[in-house]
Design a protein around this ligand. Sequence first.
Ligand code: NAD
Length: 285
Amino acid sequence: TARIMDGTVSARRVRSEVATAVATMTQDGHPAPGLATVLIGDDPASEVYVRNKRRACSAAGMRDLHRHLPGDIGQDEVAAVLDELAANPDVSGILLQLPVPAHLDAEALLARIPAAKDVDGLTPASAGALAQGRPGLRPCTPAGVIRLLQDHQVALAGTEVTVVGRSVLVGRPMVQLLTEQDATVTLCHSRTRDLDQVCRRAEVLVVAAGVPGLIGPDAVRPGATVVDVGIHRTEHGLRGDVDYDRVAGVAGRITPVPGGVGPMTIAMLLANTLRAARIQAGLLP
Ligand code: NAD
């Protein structure tokens, strides 16, 4: 049966690397990196996500510069807050928690975050840099998948990798990051014909479809590495897009849900914030 790729272990390692680097920065007289989280309104799930990000940021020795804005705030007022954070030298990274209330234009707001401070890697400028293979801050969840694979010595160069899902948040940047690692990438989505057969070709299968249990044992090549990005609250607890119990009998390595990709996402947010701060301090090109 498959070996488990434990994301909590990798995430802890990333977080402690970040904390060590932050301590070195401050000992050398640089200000600690600062993460500005912007939360609009009172969506309970978003509040939990933002709280977890702020805690992780403080635990790594970074400054937590949170802004909570009322749910009925206007587009121009949010834009003014983002512009102020963009100009503020204490702010290394800006994270606009999505989704924003429906009366706001999320894309226009994201576009105000300068690429140098875009620690979520989701603005048009960052997406363009990734698409064109230029340096930049990369989206946290797919970057976390790459780091998890690297930590488990999963070779990517020349490897047949299939990604299921083409979202702007996960699937598309995942394909580009894998391409950057010289993988041979196939992208599947809701219109793919014979999903199981295409997935079975993969030596590494990354699933971000948002459909509980979509991937069963027939979609997995024996010995393949299976990464499950999906998260679903079910009556049996958190579950992924992969039918874990049955796929674990076929795969060579597999990520659990919870405790796989999830913890990597926040860890990579911290890594991005550190990287942004180092570039701004002139410590990195
Ligand atoms: P999304 O709904 O935006 O995109 C889903 C994609 O999957 C679409 O491109 C669609 O074409 C494809 N798809 C849907 N049904 C399919 C099917 N039957 N066969 C093949 N492809 C299909 O979702 P998303 O934002 O990319 O998130 C995907 C999942 O990952 C969700 O469960 C989400 O909760 C989870 N997620 C987890 C993290 C994390 O930190 N672990 C981060 C982001 C998202």
